[in-house]
Design a protein around this ligand. Structure first.
Ligand code: GLU
Length: 405
């Protein structure tokens, strides 16, 4: 099954519980618009390459399309469609007035120089500028895209359109360039607030152990923040493999090592493990924070955690969901668990539109309240309908989207 097929199964499951007319489900099975472009990019060598890029505008019933742009060799039209649908659901779950969209470029950006990356980023905006805008479609960072890339994109957009307010077209910008306080840590911080709310609801030990798959912005920041509040991180991994220490990893030492060596491999104070081993570690909480399709019908048997907190988008397949439910392993779904990122993107967009700057304290208080509310609403619905939290989250989102439609 592809990522988009998986997303459609999730949609169908929730359709049974959502009080919406069938047309709403049919509407959401089809993105409003899919745009594909070929981007010419000049390499430092003088060679010119053509890269394939997408922007999917899934649904805008609740507000402008919103969602990141991913630079990754495995990007495909199907993947961007899935991610766009998840964004529409996520923004409705977070209860922010935005729709869902997503972009991607098929590229191994690790192989690009900074100058090449900048030309690619600006090229993306040249190709898609007519369908982007602060009240139309508002991109953000995603896998292998950064605040600096958002700054280049915003700059290119303003140059092309002459509209100074056009910088609000991109969120996740650097703080000194119109970004919001707290945006860099928002995905992880939001996930931690959701986890705290869950822990209170079910009585989970506040010193519980955690394993984290993925050491990019979300996974790494989560390791940092969770260890600061008393959780013990016993395993982490990146695309090169993982590290395991049942006594707990020294997160800042692991971070310094990763910064210096650009990968986790070879870190001295831990046992080295594979990504597959990480999923099977004896820990209370498993946090997938990498790519989709990691926990499947085939490998879910290895999972020993009590709860899965999905910081990645789409890490658990629908087949795995059914088995995990039977095994009473809770899944806190991506559309809730990682919605802190887009929530603070929404704050950034609001601040840009109103010409305001909110303090770090303001942002954090609002984020915490919104994450706790979103968790409570979904947890209550899951209980009421005797369904898993993903189905409950989708059902609530569908009802909100239906209302707006
Ligand atoms: N890429 C992030 C996500 O998948 C953030 C999207 C945004 O801020 O628009 O939720």
């Amino acid at each position: 099954m592809t990522a988009f097929e998986n997303a459609l199964v999730q949609l169908e499951r929730a359709a049974k519980y959502a009080k919406v007319r069938p047309f709403i489900i049919e509407r959401l099975r089809h993105p409003n618009r899919i745009v594909e472009a070929s981007l010419p990019v000049a390499m430092d060598s003088g060679e010119e390459r053509i890269l394939t890029a997408y922007r999917v505008q899934h649904n805008n019933a609740r507000g402008p399309y919103k969602g990141g742009i991913r630079f990754h060799p495995k990007v495909s039209k199907d993947e961007v469609q899935a991610l766009g649908l998840w964004m529409a659901i996520k923004c409705a779950v977070a209860n922010i007035p935005l729709g869902g969209g997503k972009g991607g470029v098929i590229v191994d950006s690790k192989q690009l120089s900074k100058a090449e990356l900048e030309r690619l980023s600006r090229g993306f905006v040249r190709a898609f500028k007519d369908i982007l805008g602060p009240q139309l479609d508002v991109p953000a960072p995603d896998v292998y895209t950064t605040p600096e890339i958002m700054d280049w994109m915003a700059d290119e957009y303003v140059k092309l359109t002459g509209d100074q307010k056009g910088r609000a077209t991109f969120t996740g910008k650097p703080l000194e360039k119109g970004g919001s306080e707290g945006r860099g840590t928002a995905t992880a911080q939001g996930g931690l607030y959701v986890l705290d709310a869950y822990a209170k609801a079910i009585g989970l030990d506040p010193n519980a152990t955690i394993t984290i798959q993925g050491f990019g912005n979300a996974g790494r920041t989560f390791a940092e923040l969770a260890s600061q509040v008393g959780y013990t991180i016993i395993a982490v991994s990146d695309s090169s493999g993982g590290l395991y220490n049942p006594q707990g990893l020294d997160v800042s030492a692991v971070e310094s090592y990763k910064d210096e060596h650009r990968s986790l491999g070879g870190y001295p104070d831990a046992q080295s493990i594979t990504n597959e081993d990480l999923l099977g570690c004896e820990a209370d909480i498993l946090v997938p924070a990498a790519l989709e399709g990691q926990i499947t019908g085939q490998n879910q048997y290895n999972v020993k955690a009590r709860v899965i907190l999905e910081l990645a988008n789409g890490p658990t397949t629908p087949e795995a969901d059914i088995e995990l439910l039977k095994r009473k392993i809770d899944v806190i779904p991506d559309v809730l668990a990682n919605s802190g990122g887009v929530t603070v993107s929404y704050f950034e967009w609001e601040q840009n539109n109103k010409g305001e700057h909110w303090t770090a304290g303001d942002v954090d208080t609002k984020l915490k309240t919104m994450m706790a509310d979103a968790f409570q609403t979904i947890h209550d619905r899951a209980k009421k309908d005797s369904i898993d939290m993903r189905t409950a989250a989708f059902a609530i989102a569908l009802e909100r989207i239906a209302e707006a439609t």
